[in-house]
Design a protein around this ligand. Sequence first.
Ligand code: PRP
Ligand code: URA
Length: 209
Amino acid sequence: MENVTIISHPLIQHKISILRDKRTGTNEFRSLIEEIAMLMGYEALRDLPVEDVEIETPIETCMTPMISGKKLAVVPILRAGLGMVNGILALVPSAKVGHIGLYRDEDTHEPHEYYCKLPTPIELRTIVVTDPMLATGGSAVAAVDFIKQHGGRHIKFMSIIAAPEGVKRLQKAHPDIQLYIGHLDRCLNENAYICPGLGDAGDRIFGTR
Ligand code: PRP
Ligand code: URA
């Protein structure tokens, strides 16, 4: 799969297995989502540009690399994507945060937009869209559509668990974006939930039903 990176690090796989367990409570679930986002972010941001700057060490002056150029924006898809934001901010504290509010209609499974606010100028930023679940791909495609309509160009999409159906749909609609996933699951069920998945990510992060 072009432009798709499955980050199969043992630490990530271990934490995803605990997320899947229905006995894992809200507190632990929330912490794990954040930790996994940080571990995935480490890999997804590996191509951030650096430039040499002059630093004076206690010994001598040297030229040494620091992150340069384009600024980062993290854009969670509400609600569940919010759980991943602090993991990325732990790596890049200066990143700006936008929000895209989408919910899936329970019957049609199509996304409905209820809130959007992006940092400006969005076209100059590397944008990391976060959502723990990529199921049908409807929400992901709508979010990336929206970001592109507002001028966003350098887009990475980070999802902890994905279904093959969602990966295919997102790739077809937006072949130019980089997709990072923690685990590619088997399929969707008749309610468009990922199998084996972890259930409803938003409800498990926020303790709702
Ligand atoms: C979940 C999830 C994704 C979406 C994935 O959100 O967090 O945004 O479903 O499904 P899709 O790929 O079929 O679009 P949901 O709509 O349940 O909203 P929530 O995060 O507010 O619970
Ligand atoms: N949204 C979720 O939270 N879980 C799924 O399995 C599918 C969509």
